[in-house]
Each structure stands twice: as structure tokens, then as C-alpha cells.
Design a protein around this ligand. Structure first.
Ligand code: ADP
Ligand code: MG
Length: 573
């Protein structure tokens, strides 16, 4: 329970710079009197709501709260206790102040003002502006009675009264968590798409690398087989050339013996020619000479003829021999010429062999290079780029697996959050609790109505829609009633909320402020009945009844505060 002790203020509304202090827990009943416009409502209603919630009770802007003459240092302090803890909220405009003290120590203020206010409402007061005004204040002006609140606002008030706002708070937290989860899943989906794209790029890359490798191996193999073919052909050619050369060399072996033969034949020819010439000389000697020039002995014709015949036949022999040898020499010479031809051929053949050999040599070198390249292509070392890419692919795939697992986890969490969300929804636990309390609420409302002499059957349903049945009138709604009757319904509702709040120890306070409730709407009978109600309110309640028609009431209150306007400022008289 919140027990309000006092409210202090200055330069607030019609009040001036001299501080005003109003004790809130000294008397069970206080009549707040004073003429119209003398500052009663500022002092009791606006000061407290501004202090606690940062907004006035009446519908004006915050700057309009600053006293219009002094124009600054508008300042309010509200003192209250909850359990053993004493609190004080300081709030000011020009300069702006918002401080909460717990047991005289300032509560850490490093959060934003909005969060600081939320902390005050959710963690300390456990009430918001709407609930506070519904259980503490019943006003004539600018007060929206429960029955005129929207369904959502009615729900808020009842949730505060039943202290089940926590489920709504949990639901808010849950919703933001669910939306975070959704974002996380979205992000994961993005990551997954990205991962998929990357995998396909890397897979393509691997494919291309393998293809390129295979193409290169294929072209190397083709090149190698062409080169091998060339080598084989060249080797065949070489072996032919070698055989030819062998043959030529074989033939060439005869050349030396032919040359010797020629020499011999030429010597023989010389000898034959000499002999022939000598024969011719001697023939001409005998033909020309009749006697011997040396011994002068006559050469007889018979001798002569005999000798000439012999010489002639020798000469003939020599001539035949000379012709023979000439033919022989010619033959040998022809053969030698032929062999010279062959020797040229042989040297041509030799150079062809050399060419072929060097061709084979370089082809072999090339083939060796190709083979080595091929070998290196198929060794693991050369596959390193493919290997590395494959490793990359593995990493990406395992990343994908992790992402999928994470997504599944998030999905499961989402399902859980959904279940919890269903429990926390308005139709979940809360509706069960509200349904549980509705009969009590209706009972209390009808009891307070009866206490005020208003005999009607008031019924609030689960959606906080009312039906009110009174005699001869079927199913009237709130708006069907007169102002006085409405006021009684408002009062009955407020008292019912207070009673339930007391039972639940939730939005329970010692303070009840009724602003000009009696002045216009409650007739004299109602007033009587209400005064009865006052007496049955719990001993812990401190009631402030604001009225400008104080005369008839004054003897019914323990205490009276009167506001007056002196000069331009309001004050307590
Ligand atoms: N910012 C302000 N500065 C000074 N006076 C103001 C300011 N705002 C309103 N007032 C005056 O305060 C009076 C209203 O006080 P209020 O508390 O409503 O009176 P009551 O409830 O006693 O009838 C009016 O006379 C109004 O002109
Ligand atoms: Mg007033």
C-alpha cells in the first residue's frame, strides 16, 4: 500500500513563491473549502498527479502549470511511503527537475527521463496515471469516469487494480523478444542465402578448375602422343638412313683397291707405251737403215725382214695391250667416278642422319618435358588450388549446417515464445484472473450502489462492457442515467476498485480525493448516503472532499483546509 504523507509546492498554478504544504495522512476526513478559482484543485489534484506522473490532472499543457506571475521555479514534492521505505518525488519546471529519493537517497538517474518515469510507475507505484486517477480521484471537471474510458483503458485500470499488469509487461517484453527472434531468423535467412550463393560460386570454381586441369592434361597427352609419333617416324627414317649409309660405305670400300688398280694399270700403260715406242723406234731404224751405223755392217734384207716381222708383231702385241689397258683404265676410272658419286651421296646421307638424330633428340627432350609436366599435373601438389577451394567449400558447408541448426533452434524458441505469448495475451492468464474477480467486482459495485440508495443491477462483463438494470428500465447503459445517478455509479466503481485493490494490495493507497462531487450532482439524500460510506471506509483511508459549498458539510469532517486568494496568489488561509 502506498501511504501519501504530504505534498509541497511553489509557483504552481495560482500558488506563488511561498511554499505551500498539505499533509495528506493526518485526518481521516478533510473538507477542502474555498471559493471558486481559489486554487483547491491545483493544490490537491494537479500537484499530486504532476509530482507523480509529470502531468496535471486537468487538461492543460505542462508549461501552463507555471505560475503566470513568477514564470519560473515551478516546483512540487510528493512524500509517500511503501512498506518501510520512504519516498519523495521532486519535480520542477523552469528549471526542469525530476528526482526520486528512496530513504533520502537519490535513486540512480543515469537512465533517460522516460525510463526513470517508467521505473517510478512500474517498480515503485505499480500504477500509472490512469489507474491512479481511477482509484484516488473522483472529480467533477476534466475527470473521465471509468464508464467513459475506452475498453483498452478500462482494461488497463482493472489490470492495475488486480495487479496483473505484470503479464502485459511480460507480453511486451515477450513481443519485443519475438520480434528480435524474427529479425534474427531474417538475418539467418539472409546469411543462408549468402552462404548458398557462395557455395555455388565455389562449386563452380572447383568444377572449372577440374575442367581446366583435365583440358590441360588432355592437351598435354595429345601433344605427347603426337611427339611420340614423330619420334617413331623419325627413328624409322633414321634406321633407313643408317642402312643406306652402311650400304654406301660398303660400296666405298672398293674405292681404295680401284685406285690402286688404276695406279697399277697406269704404270702398266706407261710400260706398254714405252715398249710400243721402242718397237716403233726399232721398226723405223730397220726401215731407215741399210747398215749398222755403229759397226757399219750391212743389214741383209732377209735379216731385216725377219727382224721387222718380229718387231711388227711385237708392236701389234703392244698396241693391243695398250688398247686393252686403256679399256681397263677407263673401266676402273668409270668405277672410281661412280664411287665418287656414292661418296657424295654418303656424305649427304650422313648429314641427313645427323639432322634426324638431332631432331629425335630435341623431340625426346620435348616429350620428356611434356611427361614431367603431365606428372606434375596429376600429383597432389599441383591439385593444391583445387584442394584449397574444396577446403573452402567444406568450411562453407559446415557454416551452412551451423546456420540451419541455429535457425531450427530459433524456430523452436519461436514456437515456445508463441505458446508463452498465448498465455500472456489478453485472452490468456489475465482473462482467467479477470473472470475470477468479475463476480466480486460486480458484487461490490452493486453493494456500494445500494449503500447510496441507488438500487440497480450493475453488471460488467469480461470485455468491461456494462449493463445496468434498474426497476422498470431494461438494460440501460451508463449514458442513459442522470448526472447524479452517473456520479453515484462512478463513486460505486471507484470504491469497488479501492476495495479490490485493498484485497490485492495492489493499487492501494490511503488517499481518496473527491473534487466537487457533492456540489452539483449528488442530491441531499445521496450526500447522506455517501457520508455513511465515508464512515465505512477503512481506517487507513484519508478522504479529501473538495467543495465550494462547505457550510452544510463542515461539521461532518475531522479537519478543514480553506484556500483563499490573497493578492494574486492562492494560499491556505
Ligand atoms: N499558470 C497559472 N498561474 C496563475 N494562475 C493560474 C494559472 N493557471 C490557472 N490559474 C488560475 O488558478 C485558478 C484555478 O484554480 P483552481 O485550483 O482550479 O480553483 P478551484 O479548484 O479552487 O476552483 C483560476 O483562477 C485560474 O485563473
Ligand atoms: Mg476546482
Amino acid at each position: 500500500m502506498i501511504r501519501f504523507h504530504k505534498v509541497r509546492f511553489r509557483n504552481f498554478g495560482s500558488f506563488g513563491n511561498n511554499g505551500t504544504e498539505i499533509h495528506l495522512d493526518r485526518h481521516r476526513t478533510t473538507l477542502v473549502s474555498g471559493m471558486n478559482g481559489h486554487g483547491k484543485s491545483f493544490a490537491l489534484l494537479d500537484s499530486i498527479t504532476f509530482g507523480l506522473f509529470g502531468k496535471p490532472f486537468r487538461k492543460i499543457n505542462i508549461p501552463q502549470l507555471i505560475n503566470s506571475i513568477n514564470e519560473k521555479d515551478c516546483y512540487v514534492e510528493v512524500y509517500f511511503s511503501i512498506g518501510d521505505d520512504e519516498y519523495c518525488v521532486h519535480r520542477g519546471i523552469k528549471p526542469k527537475i525530476f528526482e526520486i529519493y528512496k530513504n533520502e537517497e537519490l535513486i540512480d538517474q543515469n537512465a533517460k527521463a522516460k525510463d526513470y518515469q517508467r521505473m517510478l510507475e512500474e517498480n515503485i507505484l505499480k500504477m500509472n496515471y490512469k489507474s491512479f486517477t481511477q482509484v484516488v480521484i473522483l472529480g467533477s471537471s476534466s475527470f473521465v469516469p471509468f464508464m467513459q474510458l475506452t475498453a483498452a483503458d478500462r482494461r488497463d485500470v482493472i489490470e492495475d487494480v488486480l495487479d496483473i499488469q505484470v503479464f502485459s509487461n511480460m507480453n511486451t517484453v515477450l513481443k519485443s523478444r519475438a520480434s528480435l527472434k524474427k529479425d534474427e531468423i531474417k538475418e539467418l535467412d539472409n546469411d543462408l542465402t549468402l552462404n548458398k550463393d557462395r557455395i555455388s560460386v565455389v562449386e563452380n570454381h572447383v568444377e572449372k578448375l577440374i575442367q581446366a586441369n583435365e583440358t590441360k592434361i588432355k592437351s598435354l597427352e595429345d601433344e605427347l602422343s603426337v611427339t611420340d609419333g614423330l619420334i617413331e617416324k623419325e627413328e624409322q627414317k633414321l634406321s633407313g638412313l643408317l642402312k643406306e649409309q652402311e650400304k654406301l660405305l660398303e660400296q666405298m670400300k672398293e674405292l681404295e683397291s680401284l685406285k690402286e688398280k688404276l695406279n697399277k694399270y697406269q704404270n702398266m700403260q706407261r710400260l706398254i707405251t714405252n715398249s710400243l715406242n721402242k718397237s716403233i723406234e726399232r721398226i723405223s731404224f730397220f726401215e731407215d737403215n741399210e747398215s749398222c751405223p755403229t759397226c757399219t755392217q750391212t743389214i741383209h734384207d732377209e735379216t731385216k725382214e725377219g727382224v721387222l716381222e718380229k718387231l711388227q708383231s711385237k708392236k701389234d702385241e703392244f698396241e693391243t695391250a695398250s688398247k686393252d689397258i686403256e679399256v681397263q683404265i677407263e673401266n676402273v676410272q668409270t668405277k672410281i667416278d661412280d664411287l665418287t658419286q656414292i661418296s657424295r651421296k654418303s656424305s649427304e646421307c650422313h648429314s641427313k642422319i645427323m639432322d634426324s638424330k638431332s631432331g629425335i633428340e630435341s623431340s625426346r627432350k620435348y616429350a620428356k618435358k611434356l611427361t614431367e609436366e603431365l606428372k606434375s599435373m596429376s600429383t597432389e601438389e599441383n591439385d593444391s588450388s583445387i584442394d584449397e577451394t574444396r577446403k573452402n567449400l567444406e568450411v562453407l558447408n559446415s557454416e551452412r549446417q551451423t546456420l540451419i541448426e541455429k535457425k531450427e533452434e530459433l524456430r523452436e524458441e519461436g514456437v515456445l515464445l508463441g505458446c508463452v505469448g498465448n498465455l500472456l495475451k489478453d485472452t490468456g492468464i489475465k482473462s482467467k484472473i479477470i473472470r475470477h474477480y468479475l463476480p466480486l467486482m460486480n458484487k461490490l459495485i452493486n453493494k456500494f450502489l445500494a449503500d447510496m440508495g441507488f438500487f440497480a443491477q450493475f453488471h460488467l462483463d469480461e470485455n468491461f462492457n456494462e449493463t445496468i438494470k434498474s426497476r422498470f428500465r431494461d438494460a440501460f447503459s451508463y449514458m442513459s442515467f442522470s448526472e447524479g445517478e452517473k456520479m453515484r455509479i462512478d463513486l460505486a466503481l471507484l470504491l469497488a476498485w479501492r476495495e479490490i485493490a485493498r484485497l490485492k494490495n495492489s493499487a492501494n493507497t490511503n488517499l481518496l480525493i473527491l473534487d466537487e462531487v457533492f456540489d452539483s450532482s449528488l442530491d441531499s439524500v445521496g450526500t447522506e448516503e455517501f457520508m455513511k460510506l465515508m464512515s465505512i471506509l477503512s481506517a487507513n483511508t484519508h478522504v479529501f472532499v473538495i467543495s465550494h459549498k462547505s457550510d452544510q458539510l463542515v461539521d461532518k469532517f475531522e479537519n478543514q483546509i480553506t484556500f483563499v486568494k490573497s493578492g494574486n496568489f492562492s494560499k491556505v488561509s
